[in-house]
Design a protein around this ligand. Structure first.
Ligand code: TRP
Length: 445
């Protein structure tokens, strides 16, 4: 059977941007900026994206398209009978780890969306807002039900395949997503006192910078670009041979970063305009924003819009995580896509239930001092992804033949490849050294 493919440049782009733009931009980025010194964090983040992550995006695409295989088999083809395919296996495990907490947040989003739709025409009660979040996330059953609904949405799309599923739905949802975040940003910037939020995002406070902050910025750059676990290897394997991988990687990184900044500009001004601390942490978008929506004209309408944005962003990202495992299982075991997705979804539901319960009933069960929810988040973003990224650059920079890499970089010589030398230098030296340095500094401290 012929392997499914994306239809062309725009098709791949919406899908990869869909994967990249997610809760990482809307939920994780703003609260990390808040906790880690505002603009200083943003600057370090941008440097990581451009210098280190962009070349890694290209590297993942190269591995994927060269082999037209899932994240594990790709390494088995390029490096037969070596342990390199462990990168792919760890990637598959990371996908579970990320989905374990990500789908729970997706569930909260559905719950909020549902409630803001119900209250669309009534006056919200501000005093209720605070307690709402805690009561939702700590309750044992309700968030799990919403999480299951959320997982079913994603499973449905992935079951439909690449062109007729992932690409088709991304094409519909992504343009809408960008339009809505711009509208929301304008609303937020027009609030009295919004400038303070903008200042916070652009004026660096370097005294807040330490190794933890640098690691958080690196982890966030990986997380936001869906890097380091084979997601882009998998998507890359569906990219038609004629498409330019560099252009694709560049537009993906730019769109993702642009979206993070738009999200920051939609959220921070509102936070500051209402005199709220930007250091709220993970509850920022669920506690603080509804409180703001409750106090602005047409707030209910904007609340609905915000939670639709969050939902779309989350869905187009989770489908990419689901696809990593689905591609692996279907190609490895030779089973039908629908069956594979069903099995995976059940497993994800099990992991997600634990991380959901760890917000309430199981909050005293700690792994390395963290609740299961925080543990999955920390383990995947700050450890597994940078480590995966390190091995991927080592693989492309030092294991693969330079001619192989060059071939794929230039579509077998059809493109000029002017930037090849710079790219190759970064993945051979700069990226590995930078990632190791950040880790070492953290361990030795
Ligand atoms: N990048 C997505 C976000 O910002 C999350 C995501 C999707 C992801 N696929 C990934 C993160 C693969 C790491 C690896 O929300």
């Amino acid at each position: 059977m012929k392997r499914d493919e994306f239809s062309g440049f725009f098709g791949v782009l919406v899908a990869t941007v869909g994967s990249a733009v997610g809760l990482g931009n809307l939920w994780r980025f703003p609260y990390l900026v808040g906790q880690n010194g505002g603009a200083a964090f943003v600057l370090i983040y941008l440097a990581f994206v451009l210098i280190i992550c962009l070349p890694i995006v290209i590297s993942e695409f190269i591995i994927g398209r060269r082999t037209k295989s899932n994240a594990v088999k790709a390494f088995q083809i390029l490096a037969p009978r070596t342990p390199w395919s462990a990168i792919g296996i760890i990637g598959v495990l990371s996908a579970f780890c990320i989905m374990a907490f990500y789908t729970v947040v997706g569930g909260w989003t559905l719950d909020y969306l549902f409630r803001s739709l119900i209250h669309l025409f009534s006056k919200p009660d501000i005093s209720l807002m605070e307690s709402q979040f805690t009561s939702l996330v700590t309750s044992p059953v309700r968030p799990i039900i919403w999480t299951v609904v959320f997982i079913i949405f994603n499973a449905f799309i992935v079951m439909c395949g690449i062109k007729k599923g992932i690409e088709k739905y991304s094409r519909i949802m992504m343009p809408f997503l960008f339009l809505m975040i711009v509208i929301l940003m304008i609303r937020s910037l027009s609030l009295p006192g919004a400038e303070k939020g903008v200042t916070f995002l652009v004026k660096p406070d370097f005294s807040k910078i330490n190794t933890q902050v640098v690691l958080a910025a690196l982890g966030q750059a990986f997380f936001s670009l869906s890097l380091g676990m084979g997601c882009l290897i998998t998507y890359g394997s569906y990219v038609p041979a004629r498409e330019n991988l560099n252009k694709l990687a560049f537009f993906t990184a730019i769109s993702d970063t642009l979206f993070a900044i738009l999200a920051g500009l939609a959220i921070m001004p509102a936070v500051f305009a209402f005199g709220i601390s930007p250091q709220e942490g993970p509850g920022l978008v669920f506690i603080v924003l509804p409180r703001i929506f409750a106090q602005i004209p047409l707030g209910n309408f904007f609340a609905v819009m915000f939670f639709i944005i969050l939902l779309i962003a989350a869905v187009t990202s989770v489908i990419s995580l689901l696809e990593v495992i689905t591609a692996y299982i279907t190609e490895r075991l030779g089973i039908k896509r629908k069956i594979a997705v069903t099995i995976i979804s059940l497993l994800v539901t099990a992991c997600a239930s634990f991380s959901s319960l760890s917000q309430g009933v199981l909050k005293d069960v700690k792994i390395f001092g963290k609740t299961m929810f925080d543990f999955f988040d920390y383990l995947s973003a700050n450890i597994l992804l940078p480590l995966g990224g390190l091995f991927i650059v080592l693989f492309v920079g030092w294991y693969m033949k330079k001619s192989q890499v060059y071939d794929e970089f230039t579509n077998q010589g059809a493109l000029k490849g002017t930037l090849f030398r710079a790219y190759y230098f970064v993945i051979r030296y700069v990226a590995p050294v930078a990632i190791v340095a950040v880790f070492l500094d953290l361990i030795l401290r």
